[in-house]
Design a protein around this ligand. Structure first.
Ligand code: MSP
Length: 648
């Protein structure tokens, strides 16, 4: 199965539980660069992305917002597509698990495995992590919490269908051993091998306590477990059950690119499902690391998620793409900070590449009226530059084949560095002054030609900037349709006219790039802030930025129980519902409210305050109240806003 010249690459299908953040954009940007590189190398690429729309998590979110799950996902999925357009993600197909074509595949997969005898009915009694949509046996929990995300798990008991994972454990271990590229990087392979060796339980593959999913074909009160539904998207996207020729051509996938926390699903459950279906396994599952904010995990509850749309508006998409792919060692965790981003933009993009283009085009403009001369005879210096360009093309290919994306970019930037050095060594200004025209022609041609090759090399990573380079170099051919063959030395036609333009990566002044401010409106914003600070201040606390405020997670909550705290006559212990979750808070309001008057009230609570013990009672949040003299009033919300809704 599968033709030699094809490359089937997938991203995970994202949960429409919220808008996507820069961590998600990282996965898709990496996949896009790899897909583009393979197309550039003449491969027939199928690049699939999409959305994972079923399951308890999505159903609960939609319920909390008071909308139907389908209406809710439709809206969020629209924002995914806008984001991918903005980031120049060239996916060939976008699969939604609510697509009819997928419904059919997920049901057929379930049916076939059932018919084979690998799915059986039993009762599940155990733990479930809804944010991860993962089942856990008690022994794998850490401090009673989900070992993957650290959040609380729920005890569930329901009739379920089970899939015989354990039956295939030995066969999977054998496959991993014989195919060292199946799980990458190696550190994750070792983790997975240990996980399998510690014993695989049969997997619960259906749920009955909610509806938002694809029904089990032969028992409609069950919906298919969302991970089984989600993983089979890779078959749907390749044309399974729909287009035999397409499926024969593209399956198995060359690469499933996933984040490290979902490697387990892709390297244990997924291959075993495929074994049960008698289908070949994907060549590689690569589990990349996390993009951290500074050294913290990015999460909504920490208030540190970075909006990829805003970031791209502020710095330009290519700068962000470059930063993500260059800064983070592919496979390991890496850190996003604005300082590091600005540093990369200034050093690598503005100084090294941008300046190389700018000064080369400027010299061709000044010394040769903008016309690239012919190369003429060359010396050892030029020979070394040509060799370096050739060698770089090979090394970038090797790195991408080994999924070393950051190393591929580092290699391109060594050629950039070498070319900048070449300018210093060849000193075209001195040749001009000395009237050494032949030699000056040689140097200018070599600069234009190396830059042409550089534009081709960077186009998979920074497509818009590569096109801008191309335009300034005046190259006639369409860069979009150029392939690796075009990197052969000598592609620049003498007499080509360059088009001097603005620097493609303007330098940023780190002191001028302030968080939270639209740079274009900065002077005005500063003026307003200064005026505000200069005004006589009421008795207020020092000013905070919108980011500081955004760190607080304020929610509408409904009081469901209230009782006094023994031995503390000012305190009440409340049970509150925040969306689907119930939690307990302790509040110093006993002298103002009787417990029974609080039941049913919808109040405002900070839900991401670190839990504390108040008089020995655990409090998981804090309600908001206003007080003056001896009066106290709870903060509540107008209109019928459901509990769980954010307050901002
Ligand atoms: N729906 C599942 C995937 C099903 S695939 C059959 C899922 N969705 S997700 O939206 O939660 O995550 C999608 C991808 O985004 C994962 O690969 C995850 O690792 C990645 N990332 C989410 N946050 C991230 C970072 N902060 N850094 C890097 N990748 C991150 O899981």
């Amino acid at each position: 199965m599968g033709s030699d010249n094809k490359y089937y690459i997938t991203t995970p299908i994202y949960y429409p539980s919220d808008r996507l953040h820069i961590g998600h954009a990282y996965t898709s940007t990496a996949a896009d660069a790899i897909a583009r590189w393979h197309r550039f190398n003449g491969k027939d690429v199928l690049f699939l992305t999409g959305s994972d729309e079923h399951g308890q998590k999505i159903e609960r979110i939609a319920k909390d917002r008071g909308v139907e799950p389908k209406a809710y996902v439709d809206e969020i999925v629209g924002t995914f597509k806008q984001l991918w357009d903005k980031y120049d993600i060239t996916y060939d197909d976008f699969i939604r698990t609510t697509d009819t074509r997928h419904h059919k595949v997920a049901q057929e997969v379930f049916q076939r495995i059932y018919d084979k005898g690998d799915i059986y009915k039993d009762t599940y009694e155990g733990w479930y992590c809804t944010p991860c949509e993962a089942f856990w046996v008690e022994t794998r929990l850490e401090d009673g919490k989900c070992p993957d995300c650290g959040r609380p798990v729920e005890l569930i008991e329901e009739e379920s269908y089970f899939f015989k994972l354990s039956k295939y454990a030995e066969r999977l271990l054998e496959h991993i051993k014989e195919n060292p590229d199946f799980i990458r990087p190696a550190s994750r392979r070792n983790e997975m091998v240990n996980f399998i060796k510690s014993g695989l339980e049969d997997l619960c593959v259906s749920r009955t306590t909610f509806d938002w999913g694809i029904p089990v074909p032969f028992d409609e009160k069950h919906v298919i477990y969302v991970w089984v539904d989600a993983l089979t998207n890779y078959l749907t996207g390749a044309g399974f059950l729909d287009d035999e020729a397409k499926f024969a051509k593209y399956w198995p996938a060359e690469l499933h690119l996933v984040g490290k926390e979902i490697t387990r699903f892709h390297t244990i459950i997924w291959p075993i499902l495929l074994m049960a279906l008698d289908l070949p396994l994907p060549k590689t599952v690569f589990g990349h690391g996390w993009l951290l904010f500074g050294d913290e995990k990015m999460s909504k509850s920490r208030g540190n998620v970075v909006d990829p749309m805003e970031l791209a508006d502020e710095f330009g998409v290519d700068a962000i793409r470059y930063f993500l792919l260059r800064e983070i060692s592919f496979g390991q965790d890496g850190s996003f900070t604005r300082e590091a981003l600005i540093e990369r933009i200034n050093a690598d993009l503005a100084n090294d590449l941008g300046n190389l283009l700018h000064r080369s085009v400027a010299m061709i403009d000044r010394y040769r009226d903008g016309v690239i001369p012919s190369g003429g005879s060359f010396t050892e210096l030029e020979k070394a530059l040509q060799d370096k360009a050739r060698q770089t093309v090979g090394s970038v290919g090797g790195h991408i084949d080994r999924l070393e994306i950051n190393a591929a970019l580092a290699s391109i930037w060594r050629l950039v560095g070498r070319t900048n050095k070449y300018i210093d060594e060849a000193a075209p200004w001195a040749l001009n002054k000395a009237g050494d025209h032949d030699r000056l022609d040689t140097v200018l041609y070599h600069l234009a030609e190396t830059l042409r090759i550089l534009a081709l090399l960077v186009k998979s990573f920074m497509p818009t900037s590569a096109a801008k380079m191309w335009t300034q170099l005046g190259t006639g051919k369409n860069i979009e349709t150029c392939t690796i063959e075009d990197t052969t030395w000598g592609g620049t036609e003498p007499q080509t006219k360059v088009q001097k333009g603005n620097p493609i990566f303007p330098r940023l002044d780190p002191d001028e790039v302030h968080e939270d401010e639209d740079r274009k409106e900065k002077p005005e914003v500063e003026k307003i802030q200064k005026e505000a600070e200069a005004k006589p201040q009421a008795d207020t606390k020092p000013m905070v930025s919108i980011n500081d405020f955004a760190k607080l997670d304020l929610r509408v909550a409904e009081v469901v129980e209230a009782e006094p705290v023994s031995g503390a006559d000012r305190l009440l212990c409340l049970q509150i519902k925040v969306g689907a979750e119930t939690r307990q808070i302790v509040a110093g309001i006993a002298q103002h409210y009787a417990p029974e008057d609080l039941i049913g009230k919808r109040i405002v609570v900070i839900v991401n305050l670190k839990p504390a013990k108040v008089r020995g009672v655990v409090s998981e949040g804090m309600l908001l109240a206003a007080s003056a003299a001896s009066e106290l009033g709870l903060v509540s919300v107008e209109n019928d806003i459901p509990s769980g809704a954010p307050v901002k």
